[in-house]
Ligand binder design. Structure first.
Ligand SMILES: *Cc1c(COP(=O)(O)O)cnc(C)c1O
Length: 423
């Protein structure tokens, strides 16, 4: 059955289809996405069954521009009778394949790729917000998202309100007739708070404002916010989707209608991906499900080890009963990912740094979601130039460590942390 679905789908997504066929493509892709398992989708969705040169992989199509046979060809294209490329800033075949694959994985109608996660959020917010509009954010979030809204959108007359993460009453209280969008991460970085998407969407619907979730830490493997009615799902594909610490990319998924203006603006802003980069992302996605299974397993095992270690004061991981989000996470997510944040008991920032420096397997670096485990101290890596008051406000403690569990053997990661905590 599933094999048949793959044949149906793929024969319908040849890049050379006419635009009349491409609406059939999206509906057949929708059917396929509902029937097929996540791993099958990761391997096959969005790709043509028969590719140029009969290659099983998508060839890297290096072109900054695309030729027309005649002036009539241009006119046919403009009048939307032809689904084809025009100029590299508007898209390329390699990027389109991955956009279809990611839309299928998110159960969304459409997905737009950007050259980084930040390019994606900037592209979306610039397309959707105008001077005088307001947005409301939960305060635990990626520090650059906060910075873009507070420092830059403000220059264009957009007002950002930050409220305490998970406090839906405060969120509603901060909304008014000018509110256009409510925004949250789930789980949040680095506190791993999981948002109740039913409540989040209900507030959006009640006030008729759009909803945006940064689901980078969850990935569609663990939760699909579109199923809850979220309007825009944002991922830094740099993390789990790419998965190999070797590329940057970002994606926004949602309905075709809502994303139309976003795609048009991307063509102007130009934060597009090179075909080479998209080849890497497509290749990385083939093993997405396998990697996520291991990230989930490793995250859970390492979190449980840390929670029981006498030198650890506190562990933030939604798969632990001690985490405030445990119930919501358990109810809504398949797994909880590889990211763990923890506090070293009675340690100042230098003693905390010593634990990191004593680790032999995780590498010291920002980022997360790759096959290699990474470890860092948020104070040093991201909040060094913040005042102690602001750090406290954002819940960044001197003795805080953030570890992204890769796909190594959990036993090895645990043994390594054990020896590092004894140093
Ligand atoms: C990394 C990250 C981003 C930004 O993505 P880039 O690809 O680095 O631009 C946004 N949100 C979260 C949760 C992230 O981890």
């Amino acid at each position: 059955m599933e094999n048949a679905a793959i044949v149906d789908h793929s024969s319908n997504v040849s890049p050379s289809n006419s635009s009349a066929d491409s609406s059939a493509t999206s509906s057949s892709q929708g059917e396929f996405a509902k029937r097929a398992g996540f791993s099958t989708l990761s391997v096959h969705a969005g790709e043509a069954r028969q590719k140029p040169n009969d290659s099983i992989t998508d060839s890297i199509c290096c072109a900054s521009t695309y030729t027309f046979e005649s002036t009539q060809g241009i006119l046919d294209y403009i009048e939307q009778k032809q689904d084809r490329e025009e100029y590299g800033r508007y898209g390329n075949p390699n990027e389109k394949v991955v956009e279809r694959k990611l839309a299928a994985l998110d159960l969304a109608e459409d997905a737009i790729l950007y050259s980084s996660g930040m390019a994606a959020i900037v592209g979306l917010l610039m397309a959707k917000l105008s001077a005088g509009d307001e947005i409301v954010f939960f305060d635990q979030c990626y520090h650059r998202s906060r910075e873009f809204c507070a420092k830059h959108l403000a220059r264009f007359g957009v007002v950002t309100h930050q409220v305490k993460t998970g406090d839906f009453k405060a969120m509603e209280a901060a909304m008014n007739a000018r509110t256009k969008m409510i925004v949250s991460e789930s789980p949040t970085n680095p506190h791993l708070t999981v948002i109740d998407l039913e409540q989040f969407v209900a507030i959006g619907k009640k006030h008729q404002v759009e909803t945006l979730i940064d689901a980078t830490l969850a990935t569609p493997f663990n939760i699909r916010p579109i199923e809850y009615g979220v309007d825009y799902v944002w991922h830094s594909a740099t993390k789990y989707m790419g998965g190999h610490n070797d590329l940057l990319a970002g994606v926004i998924s949602g309905s075709k209608e809502k994303l139309e203006s976003v795609r048009k603006l991307r063509g102007i802003l130009g934060g597009i991906n090179s075909p080479h980069n998209m080849y890497l992302l497509e290749r990385g996605l083939k093993t997405f499900a396998l990697r996520m299974q291991r990230h989930n397993e490793n995250g859970q095992r390492v979190a449980e080890f840390l929670e029981n270690h006498p030198r650890i004061e506190r562990v933030y991981y939604p798969g632990l009963k001690s985490h405030a989000s445990y119930d919501v996470a358990k109810r809504t997510m398949k797994g909880f990912g590889g990211l763990i944040t923890f506090l070293v008991r009675d340690a100042d920032w230098r003693q905390t740094a010593a634990v990191i420096d004593a680790c032999r397997i995780p590498r010291i670096a920002p980022s997360l979601g790759g096959v290699e485990s990474l470890i860092e101290q948020p104070l040093v890596m991201s909040y060094w130039d913040y005042s102690p008051e602001d750090r406290l406000r954002f819940g960044i403690h001197d003795n805080m460590i953030r570890m992204s569990c890769g796909i190594e053997d959990a036993d090895d990661l645990i043994a390594d942390l054990k020896q590092a905590l004894e140093v």
